[in-house]
Design a protein around this ligand. Sequence first.
Ligand SMILES: [Zn+2]
Length: 266
Amino acid sequence: MFSIIDRDGVKLLVSDKIKEKHGFSTRVGGVSTLEHTASLNLGYYRGDDKETVIENLRRFSSAVSIPLEDFVSVTQIHSAEVRYTAEEDRGGGIFYKADYECDGYVTNRQGVALCVKTADCVPILFSSGDGIVGAVHAGWRGTARGIAAVCVERMVSLGAERENITVAIGPSIGQCCYEVGEDFYLEFSSLAGKVLTDRFVIRSIKSSGKYYADIKGANKEILLGVGIKEDNIDVSDMCTSCRDDLFYSHRKSGGLRGSMCSVIAL
Ligand SMILES: [Zn+2]
């Protein structure tokens, strides 16, 4: 189950399925003053100056009790690339530009904080329960490319027991607000297959020709398909577009928005 907690004014979500230090940020508790980034924007290049973003990152890092120096959050490219991450990666994407790009991380190293950025896309955090963690950014392309399954396999290859892996699927745009067209249906289907697509990209009876995509549901189904127990999967019921008072929504804001972070560390 997810709950919203408040630490010195910083609101964040935590899941009781994840025992390690972790958190999903909201837009509440930072120092950004622009209308579209107020107030806890954790992404560069969204309109805030670098000092403002660093101060917001420090507040979030303090709220999750993970040193900002340990964070890794490199450029995301809507791929299914999940990278093994270690000490030398710390600070990448936060204090300097890393020389690689990816959409997910796994590690078995203490003091390495895996951090993904979202604003409608699905943030997913993983724990083996015994020393291996993962994090992925699953937009619709990453979802359709199976990045959640890739992360599980990377964790298993590091020694995780599949039946012990727990997963928290964080707040993202919900099916209520994620209207897509036939082109989306076709492209998702070509990447993920028709069976998954027909379950999670549903044609609306009310608005003819429009589809509504459930990317959180698709990720859960993908995780069940690679042997993760249903009891071990937590899915946030919050929609970033419905709750744009609490979250940034790329769709609702027409792209003029801040970024949220989801982080986990051993
Ligand atoms: Zn919604």
